[in-house]
Design a protein around this ligand. Structure first.
Ligand code: NDP
Length: 296
């Protein structure tokens, strides 16, 4: 069997088109321009690339982008004051604090200072609770992108066995909640899981969010399963830098029914879902109808 490749890049372009159409509607019919504020503390090179890309794509879909770049030694108090200002700013509908923060800053404290209705990353404790209890929330972007691709590919996920490898707060746990919300039977695996290979082999849907290059080989994949590879790992291959996922793509693609590649799978969907969350937040903040198909 050769798996269907789930093209995250193409799907992300469709999501951005939908976002842009809704932004036009909000501007033309309601005089409302959705705005996203991104806060970057310090000079982490990967974070700088992400923030630049987020700002560029925000403007491309017609939204306002507000970038706040702070020195690495910024005090917690100064950062919290900035968040308070953004919470109160009616032009800002989404606030994202780029993680990781420098060690002297308490990420939980900072994230929980964001107004939950503007928390477009979905990491605020209120949004975590709302998602966990099946209520309307801001959904973390990476798992939201994975769910959108799964729904597009399968239609209903009801009754499928889903295995999520990884239990982080930003990917694994919210991914499991979303799959449960779509009536999958969900197993969350992690570094202490016994016989991970056997657990993975039971999955109709296998989501890998570990951070270990090519850790999951093809013989851990059930024939015909759908594999969503969240991992982004930089490796050296023949003297060249290369991005690979947590799944060994070639051997997994030989048995899976469908698979996301790295790069070009989950990655592009993450920023597209950030834009989707921002336009949803702007509509909700103004009591307007939410765009269809951009949230769960
Ligand atoms: P974390 O490091 O926070 O979590 C990794 C998880 O993997 C942990 O729960 C850990 O288990 C588990 N794990 C580690 N080793 C093993 C093992 N040998 N067997 C089974 N489970 C294991 O990572 P993130 O969730 O933040 O990210 C995961 C990956 O996804 C990374 O490659 C990251 O770069 C990528 N990522 C990609 C995004 C995208 O846009 N595509 C966005 C966010 C992340 P335990 O809890 O027991 O330690």
């Amino acid at each position: 069997m050769t798996a269907t490749i789930i093209d995250g890049k193409a799907f992300a372009a469709k999501v951005r088109e939908k976002v842009a159409a809704h932004v036009r509607h909000l501007k033309e019919d309601h005089g409302l321009t959705p705005g996203l504020a991104v806060v970057l503390v310090g000079e982490d090179p990967a974070s700088q690339v992400y923030v630049r890309s987020k700002g560029k794509q925000t403007v491309e879909v017609g939204m306002a982008s507000f970038e706040h770049r702070l020195e690495a030694d910024t005090s917690e108090r100064a950062l919290l004051e900035l968040i308070d200002r953004l919470n109160a700013d009616p032009q800002v509908h989404g606030i994202l604090v780029q993680l990781p923060l420098p060690d002297h800053l308490d990420s939980d404290l900072v994230i929980n200072r964001i107004d939950p209705t503007k928390d477009v990353d979905g990491f605020h404790i209120s949004n975590v609770g709302l998602l966990g209890t099946g209520q309307k929330s801001m959904v973390p972007c990476t798992p939201l992108g994975c769910l959108m691709m799964l729904r597009e590919h399968h239609g209903s996920l009801s009754g499928m066995n889903a295995v999520v490898v990884g239990r982080s707060n930003i990917v694994g746990k919210p991914m499991a909640q979303l799959l449960l919300g779509d009536s999958c039977t969900v197993t969350i695996a992690h570094s202490r899981t016994r016989d991970l290979a056997a657990v993975c082999r039971g999955a109709d849907i296998l989501v890998a969010a570990v951070g270990r290059p090519r850790m999951i080989p093809g013989d851990w994949v059930k024939p015909g399963a759908t594999v969503i590879d969240v991992g982004i790992n930089r490796i050296e291959d023949g003297g060249k830098a290369k991005l690979v996922g947590d799944v060994d793509f070639d051997s997994a693609a030989a048995v899976a029914g469908a698979i996301t590649p790295v790069p070009g799978g989950v990655g592009p969907m993450t920023i597209a879902c950030l834009l989707a969350n921002t336009v949803v937040a702007a509509a909700r903040a103004n009591g307007l109808a939410e765009p269809q198909g951009l949230t769960v």
